[in-house]
Write a protein of this length. Structure first.
Length: 153
């Protein structure tokens, strides 16, 4: 393939989102949660009917989305949080500040496998959820996964 032809047929399909990480933490996290809520319609929860959406914020303010993607072979289902992490890593991002998780059933916290996957990349990350009264809750991944397992860097 000739180098000068690369990109000739490319165009951007969807714009990505960036937040200002310098802004007030409460505001920042509320906005992140809103992004998760907004994207929940994309969840593919055909079997459980439980839609989950995650919005992951990296150190530079980039936001990566994830939704749960279920499968006829139930065990092949992947959670919203791990989709978001995989998308970010694929895009070259590995240092995360926070992840907001929303569900069609309100307050939700990452499952055990997702806690482990989040912990792999950011031991100090904030996990954001919202209770039924619309009160935002923030917990550190290290609280959700106490004495988490990680091989030395
Ligand atoms: N699910 C998530 O996406 N994230 C979680 O942290 C909890 C569970 C999904 C997986 C499955 O599609 C549905 O919720 C019910 O388990």
């Amino acid at each position: 393939m000739r180098k000068e032809n690369l990109g000739k047929n490319l165009s951007q399909t969807k714009s990505s989102v960036r937040l200002n990480v310098e802004s007030d933490k409460n505001e920042l996290y509320e906005e992140l949660y809103k992004i998760a809520l907004k994207n929940m319609d994309n969840a593919y929860a055909k079997y459980s009917g439980f839609r989950v959406s995650a919005a992951l914020l990296d150190e530079d303010g980039n936001v990566f989305n994830g939704v749960n993607v279920e499968n006829s072979s139930y065990g092949a289902t992947i959670c919203a949080e791990r989709v978001a992490i995989s998308t970010a890593v694929t895009d070259g991002s590995r240092k995360f500040i926070a992840i907001a998780v929303a569900s069609s059933d309100g307050e939700v916290w990452p499952c055990g496998i997702c806690r482990q996957v989040i912990f792999e990349f950011s031991e100090n990350l904030d996990v954001i959820s919202m209770d039924s009264d619309g009160k935002m809750k923030v917990l550190k991944i290290s609280e959700l996964l106490k004495n988490g397992f990680k091989l030395k860097d």
